[in-house]
Every structure is written in structure tokens, then in C-alpha cells.
Write a protein of this length. Structure first.
Length: 97
């Protein structure tokens, strides 16, 4: 019996994250499947900010993976924090260099 495992790290996962965001946005717009969450105290007052924060994190991953595809990625985070250059995307200010 033979087994194998391949671990790959590449930027094509950005497309999967983008698709997840698109699907989430459609479900959120329809308020689909949220009734079950509203039964819990954390979401009882219709505060669904946890979902929105998670969405923002995934969106920032999409921006960063897109930036990884450019040759000047090494400057990406620094340019965003300093306002220099032409980088685009989102970076957490707590990650300052």
C-alpha cells in the first residue's frame, strides 16, 4: 500500500477565498441560516459583527495574496503603512514594521 500527500503553498487559493466571500455576501444579503445563530446569547441582540469581522479578515487575505503575485510584494505592507508607493490592499496597523 502506498500513500502520498502534497502540500502546496501558492497564491491560487485567493480565488477560492474570493468565491467564499461572494457566496457569503449572497447568503448575508438574504439573511440565510442566521436564525440558528440568533438563538445564542452572543447573537441574540442581532449583533452579527463577528461574521462581518471574519469577512473582513478573509478579504484582507485576498488582497495580500493578490499582492504576493507582484514582484514588489516585499514592499507591500510597508508601503501601505507609510503611504508610499503604489501598493493596494489592507494591512493591520498592529503589524507595523
Amino acid at each position: 500500500m502506498t500513500g502520498g500527500l502534497m502540500l502546496a503553498s501558492h497564491t491560487s487559493i485567493r480565488h477560492l477565498f474570493s468565491k467564499c466571500l461572494s457566496q457569503y455576501d449572497k447568503l448575508r444579503k438574504k439573511q440565510a441560516f442566521l436564525d440558528n445563530y440568533r438563538k445564542f446569547p452572543m447573537f441574540a441582540d442581532n449583533d452579527l459583527s463577528e461574521f462581518d469581522e471574519a469577512r473582513d479578515i478573509i478579504e484582507s487575505l485576498v488582497y495580500e495574496y493578490k499582492a504576493c503575485e507582484s514582484p514588489d510584494y516585499i514592499k507591500w505592507g510597508r508601503e501601505l503603512l507609510t503611504g508610499e508607493g503604489n501598493a493596494s490592499g489592507v494591512v493591520d496597523p498592529k503589524l507595523a514594521f
